[in-house]
Design a protein around this ligand. Structure first.
Ligand code: SF4
Ligand code: FES
Length: 356
């Protein structure tokens, strides 16, 4: 069995006041009536701790859209987990912040959609969001909790990257994640509007490197690059079934947060299967574990244990076969699809995330 995962991503709900066109939630969003209860989440947290997890990321959708978010944080803390809240911040006020701190919250990761109010509101699809996020950041830092900003970057906000980094400093964040969009689910539907040009990508990389040097010791900058301009794929999830463990709002146990985009694949559910059994024995977690499943040209490739064949969700989204070599690899017979998508990019309007 693969080593136990160190962290659990708990997607508490798909409900969210924002409608970001690159949301990593599946196209078919789960309704509130199907969500796990507080008690079920508490059991999942205990199972995660027993499995060896040290951290929990409470995510969504918007996790604070759950009325029991304080009880959920308390349950994670009671299980002995370091608890990170991944939030858009627009529902956070002083009383809720106080109750979350009291319940044992350890860290907050706050998303920002753009550095300019108008851009942020257009991309997130919510009026007034930016002002609320500024208030949320102040509440977090005033409470003494560490703050990370998460900036998803793409064709329509990369011109503001220097300003996004300044905002992280102004709002008191110790870390900013500059994450290029990854293309599956909603982001794939909006790919023509989101894909950056090569020049934008190169400029972003230069800006990140300069900012890292300028703010060393004050701001950590994590940088996630897109692979449409690459010749080698990323080792997505650190390899399927090797590190990542997630639970969806309805309790599906996932080897990748986007795994439900692979239609036809069945996932174990916490209502019937323990996290340990899902991690160790389930067909879903073992489907692409290691290198035995790999097709040509991955089989026998010298990079096979470095990139693990790339991303299964991207392979499925682009080729219809989750077991294919990721088209981001220059050795894939489908690699030309990426250049075609880049050539077709330039759309300006979005298809916003919504419940169908
Ligand atoms: Fe990675 Fe497969 Fe490409 Fe080799 S052929 S570099 S293992 S994706
Ligand atoms: Fe699912 Fe890459 S996003 S494996």
């Amino acid at each position: 069995m693969a080593d136990a995962p160190l962290a659990l991503l708990a997607e508490l709900t798909h409900r969210c006041p924002l409608r970001c066109p690159y949301c990593s939630n599946p196209a078919e969003l789960t309704r509130a009536s199907a969500e796990l209860s507080t008690a079920e989440w508490a059991r999942v947290f205990n199972e995660a701790a027993a499995l060896g997890c040290l951290q929990i990321h409470l995510s969504g959708g918007e996790p604070t859209a759950r009325r029991d978010i304080v009880e959920i944080v308390a349950a994670a803390r009671a299980a002995g987990l370091y608890t990170n809240l991944i939030t858009a911040g627009v529902l956070l006020d002083a009383p809720l912040m106080g109750r979350l701190v009291e319940a044992g919250l350890d860290h907050v990761q706050l998303s920002v959609q753009d550095a300019e109010e108008a851009g942020a509101e257009r991309i997130g699809g919510m009026k007034g969001a930016m002002a609320k996020k500024r208030v949320a950041a102040a509440l977090v830092t005033a409470s003494g909790l560490p703050l990370t900003l998460n900036a998803v970057v793409h064709r329509q906000n990369l011109h503001n990257l220097p300003r996004l980094i300044e905002i992280a400093l102004e709002w008191g964040a110790g870390r900013i994640e500059v994450a290029h969009v990854q293309y599956y689910g909603w982001a794939l539907a909006n790919r023509a509007a989101l894909l950056p040009t090569r020049a934008q990508l190169d400029e972003a990389t230069r800006i990140v490197e300069a900012a890292r040097a300028a703010h060393r010791g004050r701001l950590v900058i994590d940088y996630v690059v897109p692979d449409y301009h690459a010749a080698r794929p990323k080792a997505c999830m650190g390899g399927w079934g090797r590190r990542f463990l997630g639970v969806s709002p309805a309790g599906n146990i996932l080897p990748c947060h986007a795994a439900e985009s692979i239609t036809g694949m069945a996932f174990p559910n916490v209502r019937e299967t323990s996290l340990a059994a899902a991690w160790g024995e389930s067909p879903a977690f073992n489907a692409f574990r290691g290198t035995g499943w790999m097709p040509e040209p991955c089989r026998g490739c010298e990079h096979a244990e470095r990139d693990w064949g790339g991303c299964r969700c991207q392979a499925f989204a682009l080729t219809g076969d989750a077991a294919a070599t990721d088209p981001a690899c220059a050795l894939s017979p489908h690699h030309g699809m990426l250049a075609e998508a880049l050539a077709e990019a330039g759309e300006t309007s979005f298809r916003y995330r919504e419940f169908r």
